[in-house]
Design a protein around this ligand. Structure first.
Ligand SMILES: [Zn+2]
Length: 275
């Protein structure tokens, strides 16, 4: 069966509310019980190089500005900040299932969170690594995962589908989004990544383009995650096709900004009221 690929131009749209700009998916917006947003870097109060909607405490920004930004994004979605659940990202593929019983503002050291319970809003931050969003409208359940190149080599996408399956999801019902991340246009990698891919990925040959530099290549991390989602049985995959490094006017990019930058947020969860 052919997987459905929806182009960014058709599925994603940019919204601005209270000066904060964020992307939403048309496919996801069809489900009133699902709340989701991929925030841009615009609409916050952080100063350069974190201008302006930085949500990460690990990049050197003013904690008061980050807290202001965090409260602002929660207000935009109409959720309370203590309904969000995050984790320390460690470039692995461990996925935690969040429940009302075990929920904490910071769940520990994971790169993916899943939940089938309402009013738990998964919240992770990105700046080139791939945001993977998951929604199964049948169960219902959601997942949110951080896949940089290391997490991609460990199949963080497949680990998240497996975690959702343990919640009762059928992978064929999951609608997955590959969010804004550094694209093959801008992601030059060296021997470390190329060697790891040869050992870890199913079809590494399709994921690298030679770029004239010996020992280096352009890595298509979007396609690597697409392959893993498809291999895990996901039939509906939406590729945002938004390169963070090409669009530093909209997103933070660790690579394009030489590490001196912030992180944008992604929030995803099920609303209790509309169940
Ligand atoms: Zn690019």
């Amino acid at each position: 069966m052919q997987n459905e690929i929806q182009a960014a131009g058709r599925d994603f749209f940019l919204t601005t509310k209270r000066r904060i700009s964020f992307y939403r998916s048309r496919a996801y917006s069809a489900y009133p019980q699902l709340e989701h947003a991929i925030f841009t870097r615009n609409g916050g109060i952080s100063r350069a190089p974190f201008d302006s909607l930085n949500l990460s405490h690990s990049v050197g920004d003013d904690p008061a500005a980050i807290e202001h930004n965090f409260q602002a994004v929660c207000r935009v979605l109409g959720i309370a900040s203590d309904q969000t659940v995050a984790c320390h990202l460690v470039h692995g593929a461990d996925v935690m299932a969040v429940t009302r019983a075990n929920r904490q503002p910071l769940m520990g050291y994971f790169d993916g969170l899943v939940t089938a319970e309402p009013d738990i809003f998964l919240y992770l931050r990105f700046g080139d690594c791939t945001p993977l969003l998951f929604f199964d409208p049948e169960t219902p359940a959601v997942g949110l995962t951080h896949a940089g190149w290391r997490g991609t080599m460990k199949n963080a996408a497949g680990a998240t589908v497996a975690a959702m399956t343990r919640l009762g999801c059928n992978p064929a019902n999951i609608i997955a989004i590959i969010g804004p991340a550094i694209g093959p246009c801008c992601y030059e990698v060296g021997p470390e990544v190329i060697t790891a891919a040869a050992a870890s990925l199913a079809e590494p040959g399709r994921l690298f383009q030679k770029n004239g530099r010996v020992g280096h290549a352009q890595f298509d991390m979007w396609a690597a995650n697409w392959q893993q989602l498809a291999a895990a049985g996901v039939k509906q995959i939406i590729q945002s096709e938004l390169c963070t490094a090409c669009h530093t006017d909209q997103f933070f990019s660790h690579r394009a900004e030489q590490g001196q930058t912030g992180r944008f947020g992604v929030i995803l969860g099920l609303r209790g009221g509309a169940q």
